[in-house]
Design a protein around this ligand. Structure first.
Ligand code: DC
Length: 223
């Protein structure tokens, strides 16, 4: 396998620990971390800021024909620049998660972002995380994981994360939103959330981050 083909995908529902684990795995392997969810969040934010309805495919399509999105590796999260403005904090709210999920069901958005993601991954040595990175974006990836956990555990983790960032959130509301978002993401027609047939499925409900990482590194070493 050449370096160009070295792509690791990590898909799964929200709050499954994908981001923390993908970022850490990329750091350990000296790979680039590709946060595809951040891209959908940025499109959701842009549509809301321009007062375009989240299901207005025509309106969003014209937004996409003229937008500049940059992902830069940050200390904790990917820094996201939208038309040169840092929106890294603004996209990380539960509302932007819902907005991202809605725009992500539009074919025009998926087409554009999938292409961008494939370009970003074209040099290989990438850990890509999202919902469809192993099934649609990088079906050729040499290593695929699907990370899951119970909805309650995921809501608890997400709440803790948001509290640490100073956001005041209610765990019950987060759980309701998370279940709804998973249902929407899994039931959409294009590129729904699902495990690739060749993905290693990990249920992390009772695992620590270190345990999941160790397990993944073991799997990678085996291949
Ligand atoms: O991973 P996240 O919570 O930042 O993702 C936000 C939303 O973006 C998610 O609910 C669905 C959408 N998404 C997607 O459709 N495909 C991806 N590869 C990544 C995210």
């Amino acid at each position: 396998m050449t370096e160009k083909d070295e792509i690791i995908t990590i898909d799964g529902p929200s709050g499954s620990g994908k981001s923390t684990i993908s970022r850490e795995l990329a750091r350990r392997l000296h790979y680039t971390y590709l946060d595809t969810g951040a891209m959908y969040r940025a499109v959701g934010l842009l549509a809301l800021r321009r007062n375009i309805a989240l299901d207005d495919e025509k309106g969003i399509s014209s937004l996409l024909s003229n937008f500049d999105l940059q992902l830069l590796p940050g200390k904790h999260d990917t820094r996201v620049l939208l038309d040169q403005q840092d929106v890294s904090e603004a996209i990380r709210t539960p509302e932007m998660g819902m907005a991202a999920s809605r725009v992500s069901a539009l074919p025009v958005v998926r087409e554009k972002l999938t292409l961008l993601q494939q370009q970003l991954g074209s040099r290989g040595r990438v850990v890509a995380e999202g919902r469809d990175t192993g099934t649609v974006v990088f079906p050729q990836a040499g290593y695929k994981f699907y990370l899951d956990a119970s909805a309650e555990e995921r809501a608890r983790r997400r709440c803790k994360q948001l509290h640490e960032k100073g956001q005041d959130v209610n765990e019950k509301e987060i759980l309701t939103q998370l279940i709804r978002r998973d249902q929407d993401d899994s039931s959409r027609t294009i590129a729904p959330l699902k495990a690739a047939p060749d993905a290693v499925i990990i249920n992390s409900s009772r695992m620590t981050i270190v345990e999941v990482l160790d397990f993944m590194l073991e799997q990678l070493a085996k291949k």
